[in-house]
Design a protein around this ligand. Structure first.
Ligand SMILES: CC(C)(COP(=O)(O)OP(=O)(O)OC[C@H]1O[C@@H](n2cnc3c(N)ncnc32)[C@H](O)[C@@H]1OP(=O)(O)O)[C@@H](O)C(=O)NCCC(=O)NCCS
Length: 173
């Protein structure tokens, strides 16, 4: 096991002022990114938006990852979870899920919902290993190449079950 201590990085609320940092990450991370208008609308709607930032010593204080979520009726819908492509695979997404779960439980909410493209195996693996279960499929939910549509896999996490974030064993390679 590594003896190197990971620095704890700050997570704070995002506003319109940070969208100049959000947009380049969003454009790099997705084939069909949210527009600036989508982010502005969801901030105006009061959705929860948090960013993980570097410090002076680490990553020059820049935005590393963000999460957007919509609360309602005792549940929370995860709308957008993105890590800067160059900084993926370092646990940043898992950290943002930890923040989302803590905030959701505090509301209080008892369930987290999300949609994910069935082709996004990396994200599905993140959610499954975090404890989310696949509960359904929404046909033709996402835009896809050549004017086609892609279904969404619907996943949920029971916030009353403990502890979310536990890691089921990895499937054999
Ligand atoms: C999906 C995404 C958020 C994961 O972020 P990340 O910072 O790389 O994830 P983490 O480092 O926190 O890894 C957490 C889990 O993700 C999965 N994961 C990470 N890197 C992976 C890789 N290269 N291949 C497959 N799974 C991987 C693993 O299950 C990992 O679990 P473990 O740490 O218990 O082994 C990131 O790849 C991303 O921003 N992708 C583009 C945007 C996107 O698709 N968002 C999700 C939309 S629903």
């Amino acid at each position: 096991m590594s003896a190197v201590r990971r620095p704890s990085l700050p997570v704070r609320s995002l506003t319109v002022a940070e969208l100049d940092q959000v947009m380049p990450i969003e454009m790099q991370a997705y084939e069909f990114p949210w527009s600036r208008g989508n982010f502005i609308d969801s901030l105006a709607a009061g959705y929860w938006a948090q960013g993980l930032f570097g410090t002076d010593e680490n990553f020059a204080s820049r935005l590393l990852a963000y999460v957007w979520a919509m609360p309602g009726a005792g549940e929370v819908h995860l709308l957008n979870l993105t890590v800067a492509p160059a900084l993926q695979g370092r646990g940043h997404a898992r950290l943002m899920l930890d923040h989302l779960v803590a905030w959701s439980r505090n509301l209080p909410a008892d369930k987290l919902w999300l949609e994910v493209r069935p082709s996004n195996q990396r994200a599905i693996s993140l959610y499954e290993r975090y404890g989310f279960q696949t509960v359904g499929r929404r046909p033709s939910y996402y835009p896809a190449a050549h004017g086609k549509r892609e279904d969404a896999t619907v996943m949920s996490l029971d916030l009353m079950a403990s502890p979310p974030g536990s890691r089921p064993p990895k499937a054999p390679q």
